[in-house]
Design a binder for this molecule. Structure first.
Ligand SMILES: *[C@@H]1O[C@H](CO)[C@@H](O)[C@H](O)[C@H]1NC(C)=O
Ligand SMILES: *[C@@H]1O[C@H](CO)[C@@H](O)[C@H](O)[C@H]1NC(C)=O
Ligand SMILES: *[C@@H]1O[C@H](CO)[C@@H](O)[C@H](O)[C@H]1NC(C)=O
Ligand SMILES: *[C@@H]1O[C@H](CO)[C@@H](O)[C@H](O)[C@H]1NC(C)=O
Ligand SMILES: *[C@@H]1O[C@H](CO)[C@@H](O)[C@H](O)[C@H]1NC(C)=O
Ligand SMILES: *[C@@H]1O[C@H](CO)[C@@H](O)[C@H](O)[C@H]1NC(C)=O
Length: 410
């Protein structure tokens, strides 16, 4: 029996995404224009109050407006638990799809990346992607408007990511390290492949459960959903926000589970792989925050990648439509071989990850084979699956320690 709660859990660590803002609007002058909105929020329902200050850390709430009008919430942890102000560079943490920044803070301070980084002196910035609970604002649209959901990860690359990086760079006057998980890695890789100027504001990028090629994805459930054009179907029925209600999605998923012979009693496992090291007693806490919605169009875009094995912009489905948007009947590709070879990259991937599976990661690594020696560091964990990279109780030893050593070299 497929339970709602287990499906919710399942959605938690699917992918990762990003955020952005309008430089002209948001950065008219200098860092004194950066808006710290702590004092304006009386509400206890913020990530700062419920997850960061609750653990005894200082926290600032920031708002960043993207060029296309999305108002993103960003949290900053400017000091460690001891109160000592950060003396290391800023680090921007970008979560994946169906979650917000909460999972970076969910385990104990000794186990959670957000707190670990703050305690060793990094200036920690947490992104929350457009459409998620705390980033649902827009200058003119509401999430009730279909136009609000008219985006895929192309827009996260074009608007959100560059804006966020500029914001943190502007606010701190320093170049930053970037940490992405899942979709948060795809948007970074896509941006790097375009040799976007944001690269000049980065010291390095750590990509956990890297998503680039998706055609060898191991999750039968997700593969089947892509082959069945599930997201396209929902979109044509007017469900522009994903997931739609459980009354809609539940029976469809149950049918796919049945027909593919997938044991969906642990839907998280069915979707992300057998996570070795996620503390199951955290699930109820997690469910307070997740799943977070995304655009159905974003799911369609990912489904296209699963079906085609390419990394390209959103395919409008006909040569004419694509011509209108891109001046070409095919959507432009993001060529991973164009990533600057001197950009310091850290890749963490796992043998049991059913989304960022080993074969797809190897295809990415093949594209990066000319990367400068020493500027591409890999950490592979045989037993890790997708969620372990954020929620694993021993991720500190398995992934974060080598990642932090890598940061300290850059
Ligand atoms: C920085 O911002 C402050 C306050 O808005 C302003 O007084 C100052 O002139 C600005 N400096 C620069 C270099 O723009
Ligand atoms: C969106 O729709 C819901 C339910 O129909 C309603 O309660 C809410 O006030 C609407 N929000 C906005 C911003 O219009
Ligand atoms: C899935 O299979 C179970 C048991 O075989 C059955 O009870 C249920 O009705 C099936 N659900 C769907 C949607 O086909
Ligand atoms: C499905 O998985 C659950 C828990 O992982 C297990 O208890 C159950 O026996 C499995 N069902 C089948 C049919 O394998
Ligand atoms: C798992 O979470 C529970 C509840 O928060 C906590 O008491 C326990 O110490 C955690 N276990 C590990 C290994 O972190
Ligand atoms: C992490 O935990 C897993 C599962 O308990 C274990 O197999 C692995 O050896 C641990 N790794 C480290 C470095 O502690």
């Amino acid at each position: 029996m497929l339970k709602f709660s287990s499906v919710l859990t399942l959605f938690v660590l699917f992918f990762v995404s990003a955020n952005a803002l309008s430089i002209d609007k948001v950065f008219p002058g200098n860092a004194t224009d950066v808006e710290v909105i702590n004092s304006l929020i009386n509400d206890d329902d913020t990530i700062c109050k419920s997850m960061v200050q609750a653990q005894g850390y200082a926290c600032e709430e920031h708002k960043v407006t993207t060029k296309d009008g999305y108002i993103l919430s960003v949290q900053r942890i400017p000091a460690g638990r001891s109160g000592k102000t950060a003396n290391k560079p800023p680090v921007l943490l970008q979560h994946g799809i169906f979650v917000d920044a909460a999972p970076w803070l969910l385990n104990s301070p000794e186990e959670s990346l957000g707190f670990i980084l703050a305690d060793i002196g990094f200036d920690v910035w947490l992104a929350n992607t457009r459409g998620t609970k705390y980033s649902s604002g827009h200058t003119s649209l509401s999430p009730n408007d279909s136009a609000y959901w008219e985006w895929s990860w192309d827009e996260l690359v074009q608007y959100d990511l560059s804006a966020l990086v500029q914001y943190v760079n502007y606010a701190t006057g320093q170049k930053l390290h970037y940490v992405g998980h899942s979709l948060g890695t795809l948007i970074a890789l896509a941006s790097f492949s375009q040799q976007d100027e944001l690269i000049n504001k980065l010291r390095s990028a750590a990509l956990l459960s890297p998503i680039a090629y998706l055609n060898r994805i191991q999750s039968i459930l997700i593969k089947a959903a892509a082959q069945l054009h599930l997201a396209e179907e929902l979109d044509s029925l007017g469900y522009y926000e994903f997931p739609p209600g459980w009354d809609i999605l539940g029976p469809i998923l149950e049918k796919i589970c049945n027909e593919t012979g997938t044991n969906c009693s642990s839907i998280m496992t069915a979707l992300t792989g057998p996570n070795c090291c996620v503390n199951t007693s955290k699930a109820s806490v997690l469910l307070k925050h997740e799943p977070q919605p995304t655009a159905t169009k974003n799911i369609i875009h990912l489904s296209q990648m699963i079906r085609t094995g390419t990394i390209a912009m959103y395919d409008y489905g006909s040569g004419d439509e694509n011509k209108k948007h891109y001046g070409n009947s095919n959507p432009p590709a993001y060529d991973m071989r164009n990533i600057p070879t001197e950009l310091p990259l850290f890749l963490g991937y796992g043998g049991r990850d059913m989304l960022a599976d080993v074969d797809d990661v190897k295809a990415l690594l093949n594209d990066l084979k000319d990367h400068d020696e020493g500027e591409l560091v890999q950490v592979y964990s045989e037993e890790y699956a997708h969620a372990d990279f954020v929620l694993g109780v021993n991720a500190s030893r398995v992934v974060y320690d080598p990642m932090i050593s890598f940061f300290n070299l850059h």
